[in-house]
Design a protein. Structure first.
Length: 219
């Protein structure tokens, strides 16, 4: 049994052609619901957020990928707390699924998934911690192929959620069936950081709802 090329080598065009997924407009209903039905953070509620933002603004052109992850993205995710008795957050883990009698796999930067010791049923991906200057490759394609693999692995009708990051810019992505949509960029160095944090919190609420539905399928 052979392996397909890893997630890091896919482009968005290849993902669309191989898996038949089609991009929808930014007004896509599921994307809009995810990004707008949020409780907006504020300096009063989250006084640590401006301090974290100031560090990003000061270092955005000098941090490498690991520094961006450890000094900004990690603390932001820690405040959301994507760890629960029914799911966990994982860094640098491999997602692998059988596709067309071969193996589709790759390492993902961050995933929230069912599973205690390894990701079993992925819900949310965060991908491509890149510097603002000299970013390369195709982060949208790399994220989307991981989300497609999760969709195949999960074998249910639930959407898969994700975000890819290029320096200060966060792009939220949703995949449902053969349709996907991508948000405009949220700039983490501007007031949009409060929306961004609210979306991450809403993502955890969505995951909690999915878990509850699994536990009570007749509800």
């Amino acid at each position: 049994m052979k392996k397909w090329k890893p997630f890091s080598k896919w482009t968005i065009e290849e993902v669309e052609q191989e898996f038949g997924v089609v991009e929808q407009p930014q007004e896509y209903a599921l994307l809009t619901s995810w990004l707008t039905q949020i409780e907006l953070a504020s300096p009063e509620i989250s006084p640590w957020l401006p301090q974290l933002q100031a560090q990003l603004l000061k270092n955005i052109y000098t941090w490498n990928e690991e520094e961006l992850r450890v000094k900004f993205i990690g603390p932001l995710l820690a405040q959301v707390n994507f760890d629960h008795e029914a799911y966990q957050s994982f860094f640098e883990r491999e997602i692998s699924v059988r596709y067309k009698n071969d193996i589709l796999s790759g390492t993902v930067d961050f995933v929230v998934a069912q599973g205690l010791r390894s990701p079993q049923a992925p819900y949310f991906f965060l991908h491509e911690h890149k510097r603002e200057a000299n970013s390369s490759d195709d982060p949208r394609g790399q994220l989307l192929v991981a989300m497609v693999a999760a969709q195949i692995l999960n074998q249910n009708a639930q959407p898969v959620y994700g975000v890819y990051i290029i320096g200060r810019a966060w792009f939220f992505v949703i995949l449902h069936g053969k349709e996907y949509a991508v948000s405009l960029a949220y700039d983490a160095t501007k007031d949009e950081i409060y929306q961004l944090f609210g979306i991450l919190q809403h993502t955890r609420q969505i995951i909690d709802e999915i878990v509850q539905q699994k536990r009570s399928p007749n509800l």
